[in-house]
Design a protein around this ligand. Structure first.
Ligand code: NAD
Length: 498
């Protein structure tokens, strides 16, 4: 069985934005093309939204804001559960659209849809469990008093997503916003709007009031400042690059909006001398090459203890050399193919530039390192392993958003942790050891939002996720994500007799 392109009826439906409960074209009628990164073919023509469109979406959100905030939590949850059921019925089609626009193999796209559904279900289940508290306070003016913390929806929210995991990263904004009682407008990356539109349409079909969940499509450079600076928007959640994060923080900061930023990363993975090498090799391979290396929480710098370095490297090279690269559009549906193309030509050029810089500074490419033969129609690049990388090369100092893994040999754990911490980023990290003292040391000392112990870099819906330093501020996932869509209000009941 081979993968097929979404049929015309699937994608021709997705040319419009979803504003105020209606499918609408851009206010200027402008459109742009979404192309398949694996073969350059047109997938769909999409509305190129304008600032007018953003203003209309915010007005629609404002019109429904009070109604949604006052909708009982159970009813909000019921609508979300109904939407999730519709998504379940359409999950194969959604995965196909995602694969076409993003370039990831179908099994990875299906995995992302599954992860999004898991996350939305997690939040739908939380809706009726959000609670405030009662706080004892001293008597005032001779009378008893008591305090309460009442939790109110923060207001109109905007979620801006990147192209690498368009659906999971949308779900982790939509779920918490909706259950907290906030309308939300999603702006997907310009190159991956289709699966997002499909999901938002289906969630609306479940009966959400018009304006509660909307989608504007187009270019961040054209819509971004209006979305993040609009006076009626109170909450902005961005997942994207550190550069765009700085801009969003600046613009949203002018009107003191609640901002969370899930930005870039350069996760360090440390392999200790006692590690289960087979598991660690697998963790490094999946952690670096999943999604063609285009993940924020990927293994981007690998530190292996000198006692096990040679053994580890020989196993790693052997495994990765069998990590098959291929065109997601032509391979069998249950393939050995693990990796599709990079998402865009500039992405591949950036990787090539970073690799060339490392080689010029003395690095040795031990596997891959070039465009594969016979896959000229897309932005393919071989899974690549590099040794002897100098600390000042771009493979270390920049975020490497593609399938290139620099490996370093270390002598002691303090040295490895210091190198992991020397990065401007602090998103994920991992340590592979059975020694509890070493594991605890890494957990305490690594500057990162997450440390996995003997585990691949994977984002759980149940746990808060986010970064420190240039990797961002705030948290998504987990019940903690909902806190960012709620304002805590202090309330005092005073003058009580008795
Ligand atoms: P990007 O920053 O170029 O774009 C992200 C989104 O921001 C897109 O929707 C884009 O249109 C929008 N945007 C662009 N300019 C804007 C502006 N001025 N105002 C508002 N929005 C604007 O990122 P990308 O290339 O799509 O994604 C890759 C980056 O995302 C990498 O750095 C990666 O590490 C990061 N990322 C982080 C996480 C995380 O959870 N920390 C997850 C996935 C990706």
């Amino acid at each position: 069985m081979t993968q097929t392109a979404p049929d015309q009826s699937t994608t021709s439906d997705l040319t419009h934005m979803l504003i105020g409960g209606e499918k609408v074209p851009s206010s200027t009628g402008a459109t742009y093309e979404v192309k398949n990164p694996a073969n350059g073919q047109l997938v769909a023509t999409v509305a190129r939204g304008t600032t007018d469109d953003v203003n209309k979406a915010v007005a629609a959100a404002k019109a429904v804001q009070k109604q949604w905030a006052e909708t009982p939590a159970e009813d909000r949850a019921a609508l979300l559960f109904k939407g999730i059921a519709l998504l379940e019925q359409n999950k194969k089609e959604i995965a196909r659209i995602l694969s076409q626009e993003q370039g990831k193999p179908l099994f990875e796209a299906a995995g992302e849809v599954h992860h999004m559904l898991h996350g939305l279900t997690f939040y739908a289940g939380l809706a009726s469990k959000i609670r405030g508290s009662q706080v004892p306070v001293p008597p005032a003016m001779g009378k008893h008093s008591y305090g309460m913390i009442v939790r109110r929806p923060v207001g109109i929210s905007v979620g801006i997503t990147p192209w690498n995991f368009p659906l999971t990263l949308m779900g982790t904004k939509v779920g918490p916003a909706l259950i907290a009682g906030c309308p939300i407008i999603i702006k997907p990356a310009q190159t991956t709007p289709l699966s997002t539109l499909k999901v938002i349409e289906l969630l609306n079909e479940a009966g959400l009031p018009a304006g509660v969940l909307q989608c504007v499509t187009g270019f961040g450079s054209e819509l971004g400042d209006t979305l993040t600076g609009h006076p009626d928007v109170r909450r902005v959640a961005l997942t994207g690059s550190t550069g765009v994060g700085k801009r969003v923080q600046q613009v949203a900061g002018q009107s003191f909006k609640r901002v969370t930023l899930e930005l870039g990363g350069s996760d360090g993975m440390i392999v200790c001398p006692d590690a289960n090498l087979k598991a660690a090799v697998n963790g490094a391979m999946v952690g670096r090459f999943w999604n063609a290396g285009q993940a924020c929480l990927a293994v981007k710098r690998l530190y292996v203890h000198e006692d096990v370095y040679d053994d580890f490297m020989s196993q790693l090279k052997d495994k990765v050399s069998r990590y098959e690269l291929g065109d997601p559009n032509t391979v069998p549906e249950k393939p050995k193919v693990r990796m599709g193309p990079l998402h865009a030509e500039f992405q591949r050029k950036e990787i090539e530039d970073q690799l060339a810089d490392a080689v010029a500074k003395g690095a040795k490419v031990v596997l891959g390192g070039k465009r594969p033969e016979g896959l000229d129609q897309g932005f393919f690049f071989e899974p690549t392993i590099v040794e002897n990388v100098s600390e000042d090369s771009k493979l270390v100092t920049e975020e490497v958003f593609g399938p290139v893994l620099p490996v370093f040999k270390y002598k002691d754990l303090d040295e490895a942790i210091a190198k992991v911490n020397a990065s401007e980023w602090g998103l994920g990290s991992s340590i592979w050891t059975n020694n509890m003292i070493w594991a605890n040391k890494a957990v305490r000392e690594i500057d990162a939002g997450v440390t996995w112990v003997n585990m691949i870099h994977y984002g759980y819906d149940e746990l808060p996720f986010g970064g420190v330093k240039a990797s961002g501020i705030g948290r998504e996932h987990g019940p903690e994500a909902v806190d960012f869509y709620l304002e805590d209000k202090g309330v005092v009941f005073g003058g009580l007799e008795g």
